[in-house]
Design a protein around this ligand. Structure first.
Ligand SMILES: Nc1ncnc2c1ncn2[C@@H]1O[C@H](COP(=O)(O)OP(=O)(O)OP(=O)(O)O)[C@@H](O)[C@H]1O
Ligand SMILES: [Mg+2]
Length: 412
């Protein structure tokens, strides 16, 4: 019987060699190309992303490709799987042993080097004496300050080997003035996700039905895609999905609330908009950014569908309602700001108010802004909202909606 994935990885961990990437590896071309491009210039490669997004798999693939490069075929792939209960001294001991630093010790039976710097010097020397492709997986399980020092030291001192590390949490190397090559993994794009489904179906010898449904439910997460296609025993599935939910649940309350605010907004929202409706955001945002739950560019924030779904699943209906009210406020402000986006912002504000259960406010808003909305020819986008309002506010809504003679009302 095939080993469950985690056991399989652990087994390899014991032998310290690095497994090959899966035969169904898909996508990630841009990420691999960037790693390849910088491979000769840099020593430290960090792979960041949420649970199940494909960090480990990408590292395996990158290492495999690295060994096909001229001069690297003899580099020894070396995996160190950080375990949840691993202490810093334990990790250092494994590092020394796996890199052969112990063997190079002048007196292997003598007293151990005492300082972290000395231990790391020994590891660096060993990594220069024997070129390795060292992969430290799940380094978020180690104290961040210690991990920063360890990786920082290796980045500065090692030349003949390459060090890859995968983490669900940012390692603050900038504090040491070190700039590693960083790959932040987003969900797979639609094409890669489809390819993955095809590969898995072919290997399992099954015809996958409802590919569109699978794509929607998995949100580009390789872990969820696999789960959708492969029906595995329940205990195998408790891994990434549960860990993602568990990490979200363990967030400090303000961070989780802010994440929910972003989750109910379609598209990007600016930091200043968030602060206007949700209060001070910089502390919670910093926490969320460290976990890669948000994607921030030029002061505008977005959330991946994968995370959005998990956040919404975790929130109570009343939490979602109040987040929607705040989102409505964002879109009311955008409507008032005018410009070409105003009509669509008005539609979204009405939708959010309705979804928040504030039917009267939604209807009043639509009535007030109907000219703007229909003038831009986007009134058909309100169809579902109006249907809901009609049902929620029978007398009042029907009268005002009918009086508009909206384009779809004749056909309805
Ligand atoms: N590009 C890919 N092509 C095919 N399968 C993939 C790809 N990326 C990941 N997978 C599969 O999806 C599952 C989750 O990926 P992986 O274990 O690499 O995620 P991870 O980010 O390391 O998660 P964790 O944080 O829990 O360690 C694995 O079974 C892996 O084989
Ligand atoms: Mg992993």
């Amino acid at each position: 019987m095939a080993l469950p994935r985690e056991d399989y990885r652990r087994r390899f961990d014991e032998s310290s060699s690095c497994p090959r990437s899966t035969l169904s590896f898909v996508g990630r071309d841009a990420e691999l190309a960037r790693i390849a491009e910088l491979f000769d210039e840099d020593v430290l490669f960090l792979i960041y992303g949420v649970a199940g997004i494909g960090k480990t798999e990408l590292a395996y693939r990158a290492l495999e490709l690295a060994r096909t490069r001229p001069g690297w075929s003899r580099a020894v792939p070396t995996l160190i799987q950080v375990q949840p209960d691993m202490t810093v001294p334990h990790l250092l001991a494994v590092l020394r042993q796996r890199t052969g630093a112990d063997a190079a010790r002048p007196d292997p039976l003598g007293a151990r080097s005492s300082s972290l710097a000395e231990e790391l010097d020994a590891v660096s020397r060993a990594l220069d004496a024997q070129p390795r492709l060292l992969f430290l997986d799940d380094v978020h399980l180690i104290d961040p300050a210690a991990m920063t020092r360890i990786l920082g030291h290796l980045a500065r001192c090692v030349r003949a080997s390459r060090v890859f590390a995968a983490s669900r949490l940012e390692v603050p190397l900038a504090s040491l003035g070190i700039t590693p090559v960083i790959t932040r993994l987003a969900p797979l794009d639609d094409r890669a996700a489809r390819d993955m489904i095809t590969h898995l179906g072919r290997r399992l010898g099954i015809a996958v039905s409802d590919v569109t449904g699978i794509l929607q439910r998995a949100g580009g997460s390789p872990f969820f895609l696999q789960r959708e296609v492969v029906s595995s025993p329940a205990d195998e599935l408790q891994t990434a999905a549960d860990r993602l939910i568990a990490t979200l649940a363990a967030l400090p309350e303000p961070a989780r609330r802010l994440l929910l605010h972003v989750a109910v907004v379609p598209g990007r929202v600016s930091v200043s908009e968030l602060e206007l409706v949700a209060g001070a955001a910089s502390g919670p945002l910093a926490i969320l950014a460290r976990h890669f739950f948000l994607d921030a560019a030029n002061g505008a924030i977005a959330i991946h569908d994968l995370i959005r779904e998990a956040v919404l699943r975790l929130a109570t209906p009343s939490e979602i309602q109040s987040a929607r009210k705040a989102a409505a406020e964002v879109f009311v402000r955008r409507t008032d700001a005018g410009g070409p986006e105003a009509p669509l912002a008005a539609v979204e504000a009405a939708r959010q108010l309705c979804a928040a259960g504030d039917h009267a406010a939604s209807l009043a808003f639509i009535t007030e802004r109907y000219r703007l909305i229909s003038g831009a020819g986007v009134d058909h986008l309100l169809r579902d909202t109006l249907d809901e309002l009609r049902a929620a506010l029978p007398g009042q809504a029907t009268r005002s909606i009918c009086s508009w003679r909206a384009p779809w009302s004749g056909a309805a």
